[in-house]
Ligand binder design. Structure first.
Ligand SMILES: [Mg+2]
Length: 319
């Protein structure tokens, strides 16, 4: 009898990958990771900034204070340190991001709200994770948070190459391709994000947007952090006017003049753009202050503080 036969291997594999929770309904949720599903401002983002500074120092062969200022200079000029590192120093994006996300003590750095997995499971619809962070980091955070089983797919920065160019969020081409791959019409997709500029960028693409504000913090924008006992305030004298930084950059630029720039292909990188640099080096000293969150902008369909609130809102309104 055909019904007693085990399903073909391919079907079995697909069944095994089926994520836990309520996958019914027409909505497809595209979840951001950092500061959306967990509190990255607490320890991870400050650590990423320190790791980026160390990477810049290695590549430029300069001291840490100069590297910190270069990092900030690139962040200010291009919107992401990586863009400057690709443009002026020809770094491999994957190598840079891997180095910036190496956390031996990651389990102690991930903070999630109680009941997160249950709230995600109860949220009706398919769920994909879409993060500008590297795949290994994203999967590790999901595992630690106990929510990896809720997602049918993890789309990390390694999966954001479009026609030979790296197109992280908020690139529209990447999102359009993702929706085609997931076989979902834009009006059925909801992007769940803390980064309001991403939501704004996707306004007009037809997708709906949910803005998660619960982990937003007020931090000094794009400041150098403390380096080797030198307070950040002592370094922040305007990197554009900093002769040491300028000479370092010019020397590097001359040396790399022949490098084929890829910077036009990269629009944004998650961590530093989502969380402006903390003014202190040690996570425990970072003054995390609840941000003053403005009212819901027109391009935000849903504004919530947490996944619990999102799930309750959807249950009340229907998805
Ligand atoms: Mg985020």
């Amino acid at each position: 009898m055909p019904s007693s036969l085990p399903p073909p291997r391919r079907v079995r594999a697909r069944l095994c990958r089926r994520p836990a929770g309520d996958n019914s309904g027409r909505t497809v949720w595209l979840f951001d990771l950092d500061n959306t599903l967990h509190d990255a401002s607490h320890a991870i983002f400050p650590a990423i900034n320190r790791l980026m500074t160390a990477y810049v120092a290695r590549v430029l062969n300069c001291d840490e204070a100069t590297a910190s200022r270069v990092r900030v200079d690139y962040w200010q000029r291009y919107g992401a340190t990586l863009l400057g590192m690709i443009r002026h120093h020809g770094v491999d994006p994957a190598d840079f991001l891997r180095a910036a996300h190496e956390f031996p003590a990651l389990p102690g750095m991930v903070r999630v709200r109680r009941g997160l997995a249950a709230h995600l499971r109860r949220l009706p619809g398919r769920k994909l994770l879409v993060t500008n962070a590297p795949q290994d980091y994203a999967r590790a955070v999901l595992e630690i948070a106990g929510i990896g089983h809720c997602f049918e797919r993890v789309v990390a920065i390694e999966q954001m190459w479009v026609h030979g160019h790296l197109r992280p969020k908020p690139d529209r081409r990447m999102l359009r391709r993702l929706l085609v791959q997931a076989r979902v019409a834009p009006h059925r997709a909801v992007l769940v994000e803390d980064t309001v500029s991403h939501l704004k960028r996707y306004a007009g693409t037809g997708i709906r947007t949910a803005w998660v504000t619960g982990y937003l913090r007020t931090m000094a924008p794009s400041r150098p952090h403390d380096v080797a006992g030198v307070p950040a305030s002592a370094q922040d004298d305007g990197s554009r006017r900093d002769a040491a930084v300028r000479s370092t950059l010019e020397a590097e630029e001359d040396r790399r003049a022949g490098h084929a720039a890829q910077e036009h292909s990269v629009t944004l990188v998650a961590a530093e753009s989502q969380a402006p640099q903390a003014p202190q080096a040690q996570p425990g000293n970072v003054p995390l202050v609840r941000a003053r969150v403005p009212n819901r902008p027109a391009y935000v369909d849903i504004k919530v503080q947490s996944m619990h609130q999102l799930q309750r809102r959807m249950r009340r309104n229907g998805s």
